[in-house]
Design a protein around this ligand. Sequence first.
Ligand SMILES: Cc1cc2nc3c(=O)[nH]c(=O)nc-3n(C[C@H](O)[C@H](O)[C@H](O)COP(=O)(O)OP(=O)(O)OC[C@H]3O[C@@H](n4cnc5c(N)ncnc54)[C@H](O)[C@@H]3O)c2cc1C
Length: 311
Amino acid sequence: MTHIAVLGAGVVGVTTAWYLRQAGYDVTVIERESAAGMQTSFANGGQISVSHATPWANPAAPMKALKWLFREDAPLLYRLRADKAQLKWAMQFLQECRADRADANLVQMVRLGLYSRDALQQLRADIDIDYEQQTRGIMHFYTNQAEFDAAIAPTERMQELGCERHVIDINNAVNLEPALYPIAHKLKGATYTSRDESGNAHLFTQRLAERCIEAGVKFLYDTEILALNTDDYSARPHVHSITIQPKGENAQTFSADSHVLALGSYSVSLMKPLHIHLPIFPAKGYSATYQINPRAPHLAPFVSLIDDEFK
Ligand SMILES: Cc1cc2nc3c(=O)[nH]c(=O)nc-3n(C[C@H](O)[C@H](O)[C@H](O)COP(=O)(O)OP(=O)(O)OC[C@H]3O[C@@H](n4cnc5c(N)ncnc54)[C@H](O)[C@@H]3O)c2cc1C
C-alpha cells in the first residue's frame, strides 16, 4: 500500500490524513506538539465563511494599509522591517491588489470556499462528528457607510458565483441577531449568508484525529521535522525522506512514498533549501474566549458575526 506522510497535525493536516485514509492509503501524521490542533487551529474564529472570500489584496488595501501603519489599534498590524522576505512578499501582495487580480482571486476563493463548505457538511453527515457547530449563518455588519458601500459590489459578485450572501437592512439585521440591538443606532448596513456556519476548529481537529486513529492512521506526536531530503534540485524535486527528531531522542530518517506539507507558515523554511519559495508570510491574530452569563444568555450573539471594518 502506498505510504503517505502528512507533515503537521493542524486542521489541514488531520483533514488531509482523513481523506487519504478513506482513499485507501497508509497514512502517518507527524507533529511536534503532543496533540492535534494545538497551533493556529487552536482558538481561531471558528467561521466557515464563504462570505469572507473578499481577498485582503484588493484595490483599496494599499491605502488602508498605509493608514493602519500609524495606528496601534489597527485591525491588521504590519510592521515594516529591513527583511528581504517581507519586502518580496509585500511586492507580490501589491501586484495582487490590481482590480483584475482581486476579482480572479475572489472567484477562486468563492469556488474553494463553496467546495470546502459542501465537503464539511458531507463529512458531518457521513461520520456524525460534533464540534460545537452552529448552522445559523454569518452576518457581516458595518458601522461605516463607506465600508458598507464598498461591500455591495463583492456581495453581488459572490451571488453570481453561487454564494448566497445578501445585503439586508438594519431592522432585518437586528431581527436576525437581537444582540445587535444596543448598537443598532451605529449600524449602516449588513449582509447575511444563511448557509455559512461556525464551530470549534480545535475540537473538530481533535475529534477527527480520533476518527483517523480508529481508521488506522498513525500519529507521531512530539516529533519535530527538521528537513525534507532530496537528491534532486529540479523545479519539482522528489522528496525521498524526511529528517525527524522525536522529543528526547536523536535525529533520524523517516521514509514514505509521498509527503504532504501541512505545517502552516512553518512550511516556508523547510521548502527553502529545496529552492522552492512559498509566497507565505506569517501574520499574527488574537482570539478571546468568554463564558456566557447563564442569567442573560440572550445578550450573547446567536448568529456568527463579523465586524467587517475592524475585522
Ligand atoms: C485569530 C485567528 C482567527 C482565525 N479565524 C478563522 C476563521 O474564523 N475561519 C477560518 O477559516 N480561519 C480562521 N483563521 C485561520 C485558520 O485558523 C488557519 O488557516 C488554520 O488553522 C491553519 O491550519 P493549518 O493546519 O494549515 O496550520 P496549523 O494549525 O498551524 O498546523 C500546522 C501544524 O504544523 C506543526 N508544525 C509546524 N512546524 C513543524 C515542524 N517543524 N515539525 C513538526 N510539526 C510542525 C504545528 O505544530 C502545527 O500543529 C484564523 C486564524 C487566527 C490566527
